[in-house]
Design a binder for this molecule. Structure first.
Ligand SMILES: [Fe+2]
Ligand SMILES: [Fe+2]
Length: 240
């Protein structure tokens, strides 16, 4: 493989390793807070188990990034509370669960499933497979928490916050017509989606899974749909 490809792939896996470390910390923190307002929540045990999964994923991703010559430090830092000020503790937890699970984990499952449809290096494939299996459960854990909260409190406050969560999930450059730097061939074999494919998966997953899921539980997806439409309008190619 070219040095360029190797570097890009190594950086992508290193980035994933850091995301996994943050997810482990976030789930551990949320598992400690939820019992304060809902001691019977099934999410607590699921979060603790998910935190262990994420630590394992971090190690797998770090091992791969090192293989590509990009070592990464997976020492836990802080997974800061991403909820905006002004929410109650319970609302803040729900905010984080929706952002981290209903959006991020759901998007992650779609990305991994897309990658697994392509031929890949055996070690890459094994890692993608192992991570995908767990992320499916982490996504469900989030939707389950949202479903439970929907029966216990008014969750409609989330609607205007979904665009903020989405903006925190993706880099606005995703909506640029072309990647910020030329992309070498062969990314998919090493578990990395090329720019256009990444955007396609992100958008389609919002439209097919995330937005309908939010609407189903009473969180109006309208503001999030507008956010997406604005970004897509901004990225429309002049040739089209
Ligand atoms: Fe993970
Ligand atoms: Fe996860």
């Amino acid at each position: 493989m070219t040095a360029d490809l190797q570097r890009l792939v190594g950086e992508a896996w290193a980035f994933r390793a850091r995301v996994e470390v943050d997810a482990a910390l976030r789930f551990t923190r949320l598992a400690a807070v939820i019992p304060q307002f809902d001691p019977g929540s099934p999410a607590v045990a699921l979060m603790l188990s998910a935190a262990q999964d994420e630590q394992r994923h971090a190690a797998l991703c770090a091992e791969l990034s090192a293989t590509y010559g990009v070592p990464v430090d997976t020492t836990p830092g802080d997974a800061d509370d991403i909820a905006p000020p002004g929410l109650s503790r319970r609302q803040a937890v729900l905010y984080e669960v929706v952002a981290a699970c209903c959006i991020t984990e759901t998007e992650s499952v779609a990305t991994l499933a897309t990658l697994l449809e392509e031929p890949a290096e055996p070690r890459v494939r094994a890692v993608l497979h192992e991570i995908a299996r767990d992320e499916v459960l982490h996504g469900k854990m989030g939707w389950g928490h949202l479903a439970r909260e929907a029966t216990l409190l008014d969750i409609s406050f989330l609607a205007p916050w979904i665009p903020v969560m989405l903006a925190g999930t993706v880099d606005d450059r995703l909506f640029a017509t072309a990647p910020s730097q030329p992309e070498p061939d062969g990314l998919l074999r090493h578990g990395v989606l090329p720019h256009a494919r990444k955007r396609e998966v992100f958008v389609q997953t919002l439209l097919d899974v995330v937005f309908p899921g939010l609407d189903r539980f009473g969180v109006d997806s309208g503001p999030a749909r507008s956010w997406l439409a604005e970004r897509q309008a901004g990225s429309a190619s002049p040739q089209r």
